[in-house]
Design a protein around this ligand. Structure first.
Ligand code: SAM
Length: 232
């Protein structure tokens, strides 16, 4: 992958960036996403933030090689601390990490979101952590996508400021993904369901402790909830 041959996963993230936005891509690694946004002329200015030295250096090298050093600022910083007030960043992208890490990045740097209008996240696992963060911090999910690439399933969650409340199933599976219920969504939850059933089965064969009882109850509740969605 490079910024000319971007993955569908990152292209889908890019599709939610408005024309003319000022973007901060957090955890940018090679800076493929900001380079793509500049090269396709969707945005005129971007920040690439990276906490680790190796990926930061790759980002600097790629931005230089593409001739975008004037319009993409690469900063070595932890999470949202890559954003400075006079950047006028209005859109944040955070892709390719676990949901809990993305939620921690959003929580620990949330004072840097004061001018931000849209957050686009692509959690690799446990997207629920981001939905929980959204509710607690007055962000509402305005779009969600689920896609499969190279045998892996990815979710994308787009948020803007606003109040929302999501139930257990919506937190787990995504309020808008649940409504759309596309093929990839069904594949993901059929696979989760069969894994939960397998675990529940093997827990049934072990000695019961308080922790096992709680785990079995939780699995049974999730199996019921997701089972109903798949059955309708
Ligand atoms: N965003 C790119 C993508 O989706 O292809 C790169 C994903 S890569 C797997 C995750 C990157 O996030 C790594 O380069 C890692 O160093 C960076 N990262 C992890 N925690 C971070 C943090 N707190 N602040 C900034 N970058 C972080």
């Amino acid at each position: 992958m490079n910024s000319e041959r971007l993955s569908n996963r990152l292209k889908t993230v890019a599709s939610f960036v408005d024309e003319g936005a000022v973007v901060a891509d957090i955890g940018s690694d090679h800076a493929y996403l900001p380079c793509f946004l500049i090269r396709t002329k969707k945005v005129e200015k971007a920040i690439a933030g990276e906490v680790a030295k190796g990926p930061y250096e790759s980002a600097v090298k790629n931005v230089r090689r593409e001739g975008f050093s004037e319009v993409i600022t690469v900063r070595m910083a932890d999470g949202l601390f890559a954003i400075e007030d006079n950047d006028a960043v209005d859109t944040v992208t955070i892709a390719g990490m676990g949901g809990p890490l993305i939620a921690t990045i959003l929580e620990s740097g949330k004072e840097r979101l004061s001018q931000v209008k849209r957050i686009i996240t692509q959690p690799n696992i446990y997207s629920r952590a981001i939905r929980e963060w959204a509710i607690s911090n007055a962000w509402v999910i305005i779009n969600e996508q689920i896609l499969k690439e190279d045998g892996k399933i990815y979710e994308i969650i787009v948020m803007e400021k606003g109040q929302a409340s999501y139930g257990e199933l919506e937190l787990m599976a995504g309020p808008l993904l649940l409504t759309a219920k596309n093929e990839v969504f069904i594949e993901k939850w059929e696979s989760e369901l069969s894994e939960w059933n397998r675990v529940l089965d093997s827990l049934g064969k072990t000695t019961e402790t308080a922790a096992i009882i709680t785990k079995k109850e939780q699995l049974t509740r999730h199996i019921e909830l997701v089972g109903k969605v798949l059955a309708t």
